[in-house]
Every structure is written in structure tokens, then in C-alpha cells.
Design a protein around this ligand. Structure first.
Ligand code: S3P
Length: 171
């Protein structure tokens, strides 16, 4: 399904393991790894919560769309996108046209275990972050599915197994 020049784009909710899996996958496939959140922080010199605070979610999304457009236009990359990247129909169409899209699909419980102590995700800074995560899951699961060429169930799998599975599916 993929060759040396094809991009692989990882989508999924916060805590799905896009960055961890993406880094290892890129190493295995000899591709460059990028993470859209990391690029936003690096370029703007501020954290994601600060971008949300100063510009609101809408401002963050504008920056996110622009950086995803730029990074996905490169050749031979693995790109981990932020969990909300699929909210825009335009970005969904863009992702589909720029590479093989992989949805890392975990259960709400697993996503919660991985994000529960994290203060760096503004959307989860609510009175009931687990309920919020469940809500986001319900809203976004159809969008991740719509955009994905490959869906990988991450339940109870370690990163090495996931990457091996992905390599097989992408071969
Ligand atoms: C977001 C997910 C985060 C980050 C921002 C918004 C979301 O990325 O982009 O906090 O809307 O789900 P990760 O999925 O890498 O945590």
C-alpha cells in the first residue's frame, strides 16, 4: 500500500499513542517523523494551553490546519496529528489526499488512563474530564473512520506490537 515516498498520517484521540507509535514507525520505515502539536509549540515558542488561552480554540485550529497542510505536503514522512485535526472537512480531504491515513483506535478507558494526569490538553481541563473524553470519542470516532485507510485497534497492545501490525498492513 505504501512505498518509500508515501506519507503516513496518524489520527486518533488524545492518548491514542500517535506520537509514540509514529516515532517508532518512522524509524522502522526510514521516514521523517513530525508531530503537528510539537511543531506548533516549537514555532510559536509557547505551549498549546497558552495558544488556546490567547487565541481560543478557533485560533489554535487555524494554526493547526496550516501546519498540517505544510507538513503533509512533504515527501516520505510519518505525521502525527492533533486529536482535533479531523474536525475540519477541508483538513479531512487534505489528509486523504496527502498519504495513507491510519486511525489509532483505543477504548475510552485506555485513553483516559493515558491522559488523566496531563495538564497540557486544554479540552480536558473540565470538571469531569473523563466524561469530556467520552463525548469527544462519540463525536470524533466517525470522523476518524471516515478519513482512515487503516484502523488499528490499540487495546492492550504495546507499541512494538502495534508498529509490527501496522507495517504488515501497510506493506
Ligand atoms: C486536541 C488534541 C491535542 C492538541 C490539542 C487539542 C484535540 O493533541 O492538539 O490539545 O482537540 O483533541 P493530541 O491528540 O496529540 O493530544
Amino acid at each position: 500500500m505504501t512505498d518509500k515516498h508515501t506519507n503516513i498520517i496518524l489520527v486518533g484521540l488524545m492518548g491514542a499513542g500517535k506520537t509514540t507509535v509514529g516515532k517508532l514507525l518512522a524509524r522502522h520505515l526510514d521516514k521523517c517523523f513530525y508531530d503537528s502539536d510539537h511543531e506548533l509549540v516549537r514555532r510559536n515558542g509557547v505551549t498549546i494551553p497558552v495558544i488556546f488561552e490567547v487565541e481560543g480554540e478557533a485560533g489554535f485550529r487555524r494554526r493547526e490546519e496550516a501546519v498540517i497542510d505544510e507538513l503533509s505536503s512533504l515527501d516520505n514522512v510519518v505525521l502525527a496529528t492533533g486529536g482535533g485535526a479531523v474536525l475540519s472537512a477541508q483538513t479531512r480531504a487534505l489528509l486523504k489526499s496527502r498519504g495513507t491515513v491510519v486511525y489509532l483506535r483505543g477504548t475510552v478507558e485506555e485513553l483516559w488512563q493515558r491522559t488523566r494526569h496531563d495538564r497540557n490538553r486544554p479540552l480536558l481541563q473540565t470538571a469531569d474530564p473523563k466524561a469530556r473524553l467520552r463525548e469527544l470519542y462519540t463525536q470524533r470516532d466517525p470522523l476518524y473512520r471516515e478519513v482512515a485507510n487503516v484502523v488499528i485497534d490499540t487495546s492492550r497492545q504495546n507499541v512494538n506490537t502495534l508498529v509490527r501490525q501496522l507495517e504488515q498492513k501497510l506493506a
